[in-house]
Design a protein around this ligand. Structure first.
Ligand code: GRF
Length: 224
């Protein structure tokens, strides 16, 4: 069983997609999905009014609000880390978490923090990635699930999904089509990571055959 912690700041639709995928994997006869071995142990938001926190409560999942106000980044991160450790979290999924993590936080969970970003990284890191893609005039954009390292939107890429930019696209229409792909990509990437069927070589995430996976699946460490 791998205990997952979710960090979010807003809507939480990616969190819900992950929670539903875990539930589906447990209800279905498919015994091969590594999501069957996952449990969301805690959902943490830095904002009390985040709809994602309400969604966690309504699903009966443990949740916590840890606001940054009046705390330094180091203090805030330390408090979140304590909460994650209290819930024995082994793997963290950032799901629209709108704060940079301090280096100490990242070092506490090496190659054990995932993030989703609404562009094909390394294009358009940072805020408003969909608008950046439209303004730049690219024909194809998409989403990226990646491990988090100490640089913004930079860690090893687990999975990407492409989304074409249509002639009459606006930020909202493009964002909605990317979000549809995000909701598939994040659970799929999580399944891959939980399965243990991978190695990290330099910046490359290399998938291994199912037979080569460790049993029981365990989270791999960076071997570069
Ligand atoms: C998503 O577009 C995600 O890629 C980005 O923030 C947004 C979060 O949306 N990191 P939601 O809160 O999961 O609905």
């Amino acid at each position: 069983m791998t205990r997952i912690g979710i960090l979010l700041s807003g809507r939480g639709s990616n969190f819900v997609a992950i929670a539903e995928a875990i539930q589906r994997a447990n209800n279905e006869a498919d015994a091969t999905s590594a999501l069957r071995n996952a449990r969301i142990s805690i959902v943490i938001s830095n904002r009390a009014d985040a709809p994602g926190i309400a969604a966690a409560r309504s699903r009966g999942l443990p949740s916590a609000v840890i606001e940054a106000r009046g705390r330094t980044r180091a203090e805030h991160d330390a408090e979140i880390l304590t909460c994650l450790q209290e819930h024995q979290v082994e793997l963290i999924c950032l799901a629209g978490y709108m704060r940079l993590l301090s280096p100490a936080f990242v070092r506490a969970y090496p190659q054990r923090i995932l993030n989703i970003h609404p562009s094909l990284l390394p294009a358009f890191p940072g805020l408003d990635a969909q608008r950046q893609a439209l303004n730049y005039g690219v024909a194809i954009t998409g989403c990226t699930v990646h491990f988090v390292d100490e640089e913004l939107d930079h860690g090893v890429i687990v999975l990407q999904r492409a989304v074409p930019v249509l002639e009459n696209d606006e930020e909202t229409s493009l964002s909605a089509r990317i979000l549809e792909q995000e909701h598939r990509a994040y659970p799929e990437a999580l399944e891959r990571v939980l399965s243990g069927r991978y190695e990290i070589a330099g910046r490359r995430y290399v998938l291994r055959n199912r037979d080569e996976a460790s049993t029981p699946p365990e989270l791999k460490k960076c071997n570069s």
